[in-house]
Design a protein around this ligand. Sequence first.
Ligand code: ADP
Length: 628
Amino acid sequence: MSEKKQFQAESQRLLDLMIHSIYTHKEIFLRELISNASDAIDKLSYLSLTDENVGLSREDFEIRLAVDKEARTLTVSDNGIGMDASELEHNLGVIADSGTLRFRQQLEEGKGDTDVIGQFGVGFYSAFMVSDHITVVSRKYGAEQAYRWDSDGVDGYTVEPAERASVGTDVILHIKPDSEEEPDEYGRYLREFELRGLVRKYSDYIRFPIRMEVTRSRRVEGSPDDKPEYQDVQEIETMNSMVPLWQRRKSEVTKEEYDEFYETNFGEYTPPQSVITVSVEGAVTYKALLFIPSARPGKWGTEDFQPGLELYSAGVMIMDKCADLLPDQFNFVRGVVESPDLNLNISRELLQHDRQLKIISTNLEKKIKAELERMLRDQRDEYEKFWKNFGIQLKVAALDRYGAKKEALQDLLLFYSSTEQKPVTLAEYVARMQPEQKYIYYATGDKLEAIDHMPQTELLRERKMEILYFTDSVDDFLAEMFRDYKDKPFRSALDGDLELDEAKPEEAEAHQEAFRFLKDCLGQRVNEVKASARLKTHPVCLSSGQGLSFEMEKYFNAVQPDMGMKAQRILEVNTAHPAFLRLEAARIAEPEKAKKYAEILYNQALLIAGLPVEDPTAYTDLLVSLWD
Ligand code: ADP
């Protein structure tokens, strides 16, 4: 007997929970094992396309269930790719999948016994919910030696050499004993009828036959009609229909079936937000089943995320993440494409250049867009949920290649509106514009509340003009790149001139001296000091003039600090504000104090614009010095 090894700490905790869980969906273990078997067959069947040594063709692959009632074992076998000793150790001894971790957290938080949990992909370990011992015998493709992995659960596992006549894997579950209170709790998994039901319920779409030897009562041949005789015979039954979901008409598939497939196949935890089916016959014939996730897939938005759809041809999985099938803006979409037209002998690399793939992806792009438009039109709440998850992707993609996708994406974008207080489309904004309004106004800031209080927007609000709130760092760039929407140009509310035909404040001339004084005090730090047409209750604000905005300045300084990008700084002054009047008075009577006022007003303006105060200590000292 080889030395017993310990499970990795995480795995051990999960196992412990599995074994002791009172989790009501124990039956899902079968789905998990069958799904692993099917993946293993997928891998070998793909190899068989290019490697004739495999010696198996599509029809030869199968998953077998076998029950031994005496020994209380249920065996799930496959003739897939198999595992060698180190794979047995690494794949079954370690939790690699973040989903499993999340499952554990939920169980620990006591949320484990809800229906939701039934949808978790918990993998191989789930078999410990029904077994007190598991043996895995596996022989890897290309190897002569097989290995055997054994474990009672938490106290570790062993791996040692074994025999297996052919390539593939047997997972042998020693089913737990039943208790007196629940005499059929585990024993049910040794019954044909129960197993057949579970296969139909969870694994019907698996594309390889799931077979089991069953006992049937058959009429004895030649027995008389009036007194027929029966005998039990052993037969091999294929329990699943093997018709994958994407080959079936949408009307014939239930929501539960789609949800189940999506969650098992893509390891997701919540049902998809939307299901799109495509069936095309023509230049390229194919079927597609696509899902818009209701939550961001794990790793989405990080460099480790691999977008793409599963690609099948004639029942064989060619690629599990074919990125060429998905346009970048929809990289979050999960799904499957199957086309009999793809040439199976081409390698993955060549496949990437396939003209047929281009045709399919162009068409899928239209279908996904149409589905999003439908949601936006008919299910606004759903669309807003979608937008929270993936809106940023649409925006970033709209910027890509100098706005090449502007036309395609602009009507799917949402921005928070000052008047509606919820996200709105550009079309809705334009439809509500005031008769004299020439521009689509937007204000940029880190948070909605900060923008709510921006003094620069006071005039727009007074004039009942809607303002779009730009809170994502890409938003400013979008406005810059788009320039306009349906001939209505974008204009920042922080821009020096809002072109609202506002009469210049009358006393502006009278204050030229004061403005010159401010400019002298502040030097190069401001480009201009002027009377503000838009400030109503606040003393000062900064505007940036046309060109680089403050948000862009912040962005560039964050990503490329040495570039020293700087937006223009125009100090706008509310000449009716008491603070300004104090400065005016001090300028003549107490010039030193007036200089301090100038400094404070400038720093206040920086703070309001969300820009860093240049010397916080000096500024604080200055404020405090005016207390007496
Ligand atoms: P997941 O399937 O989510 O990766 P599992 O815990 O179910 O997690 O399985 C872990 C790994 O063990 C699989 O990714 C696979 O590499 C390997 N494995 C499990 N079952 C089989 C099998 N029947 N044949 C070959 N490899 C398998």
